[in-house]
Design a protein around this ligand. Structure first.
Ligand code: FES
Ligand SMILES: [Fe+2]
Length: 450
């Protein structure tokens, strides 16, 4: 075969794919009026860190909308459209008042919900105050994050409350990091356990202390929930089977296993180290908001650094732009790869394999839900209240189980059994739930106890 024939017989040449292919707009576009944007607006979503709220209003952008956020003198938070209802001056130049904010241009005074309190240049007979308002959104403050609901005002869902928001012995520190790419790229990273084998192990060497076993290919098991997906990945190290559970809750919330652990012996129902949302800023920018969970029981290596968690920073490897290009190229992290997929990764140019089962599952679910919203149907929402929180599973269980001839089947069985024990305790809460799960695991796997 000549060199020329060899090139002609390849399945694809560079020339075959030289033309651009449209992105998957239905899943990736979030701007006002897009089906994806309409869907995402049905959920409470984090939009700011409370540490951003100081003496001046803060311009922010969420779902392609320009907004301004501030805390007034009375301590209330306002999230308003950025351009003043009068003649569109930006309220980022406004003055924060004891009550609300005042536009710098002609002094119109708005309450935190956009109510016009005063139009000082207008005659006393003016009807403006009662007839219009500054467009605004409802907000909720929780543990250093500000959440907003940006959907139709008649359809505000209950604010979701997960058990992981109040785990005993967990200190939650908020953080936020920008990525100059579409939101789906980062969020898909959270449902792709196979990248850990390569990015965090085989290709670059171990990146996370205590998780060196990530180099082994995992056995992965996915379970569907109404409002998301739970999955676990299992790996064998000697006579131990490491089972790591992840939560993915629609549309953009993920919780993983523990950080900085020492998984050298059996362990029951360890809890998550991260609760994080990937929030679209617009079609080609996103911002993660989350809490890093600090908890000495799971993080026995004590390598977490509270003072490295905050605005544009978090205390584990490869999560921000703030490394030299040389360093990022030499040992790329999660942030580098999801940004490298492009401003909007083109699904039509991907080739998904068996290891992308989670990605495909998430995309199918998103597409179904986006279409349901477009058809005027109700979609499942994460529930829960502080008194009766929504159960989650992110975290690690380690069992001592001898290797079998069909170890993959054995690990699949273990994943099922552990998941069933986790799910069976959904009706319980707090310490009672945790104690039940641990007792049931102990009874089922006596060799792992003690
Ligand atoms: S533009 Fe804001 S008061 Fe005139
Ligand atoms: Fe990762």
């Amino acid at each position: 075969m000549t060199e020329d024939t060899r090139w002609a017989r390849r399945p694809l040449s560079g020339y075959d794919v030289r033309l651009p292919v449209a992105e998957d707009a239905e899943l990736t576009h979030v701007d006002p009026g897009t089906p994806g944007g309409e869907y995402l607006r049905r959920f409470w979503t984090p939009v700011a860190m409370t540490t951003q709220l100081g003496a001046r209003p803060v311009p922010i952008r969420i779902f392609g909308e320009d907004l301004v956020i501030f805390r007034d003198g009375a301590g209330r938070i306002g999230l308003l459209h950025r351009h003043c209802a009068h003649r569109r001056a930006s309220l980022e130049f406004g003055r924060i008042e004891e009550r609300g904010i005042r536009c710098c241009y002609h002094g119109w005074h708005f309450d935190v919900d956009g109510t016009i309190l005063e139009t000082p240049g207008e005659p006393p007979t003016s009807k403006i105050c009662g007839s219009i308002c500054q467009p605004a959104y409802p907000v909720r403050e929780l543990k250093g994050l500000v959440f907003a609901y940006m959907g139709p005002p008649g359809e505000i869902p209950a604010f979701p409350y997960l058990d992981s928001f109040d785990l005993p012995d967990h200190e939650l520190i908020p953080y936020s990091i920008h990525s100059p790419c579409n939101w789906l790229q980062e969020t898909e990273n959270a449902i792709d356990p196979f990248h850990s084998v390569f990015l965090h192990g085989r290709v670059n060497g171990p990146q996370f202390p205590g998780l060196e076993h990530f180099v082994e290919l995992p056995v992965v098991n996915y379970s569907r929930r109404d409002a998301g997906i739970v999955y676990s990945h299992a790996r064998r190290v000697g006579d131990l089977v490491m089972l790591r559970f992840h939560d993915y809750l629609m549309p953009n919330l993920a919780q993983n296993g523990g950080m900085f652990q020492k998984l050298e012996k059996p362990k029951f129902f360890g809890r998550t180290s991260l609760t994080k949302w990937v929030v679209p800023v617009d079609n080609t920018n996103s911002r993660k908001f989350g809490w890093r969970h600090f908890n000495d029981k799971d993080e026995v290596l004590r390598q977490g650094k509270r003072d490295e968690v905050g605005w544009e920073t978090v205390d584990f490897y490869g999560q921000t732009a703030h490394r030299s290009y040389e360093e990022r190229q030499g040992n790329p992290g999660d942030w580098d790869v999801w940004v490298s997929q492009g401003p909007i990764a083109v699904h039509g140019r991907e080739y998904l394999g068996k290891t992308d089962e989670g990605i495909a599952m998430l995309r199918r679910k998103l597409r179904r839900d986006i279409r349901a919203v477009a058809a005027g149907e109700k979609i499942a929402q994460v529930g829960g209240t502080p008194e009766n929180p929504y159960p989650t599973y992110g975290g690690d269980t380690v069992l001592r189980v001898a290797k079998s001839n069909d170890d993959e089947a054995l690990m699949r069985g273990l994943q099922q059994q552990v998941a069933e024990i986790y799910f069976a305790a959904d009706g319980l809460k707090g310490e009672e739930r945790s104690a039940r799960i641990k007792a049931d695991l102990k009874a089922k796997f006596p060799d792992s106890a003690g």
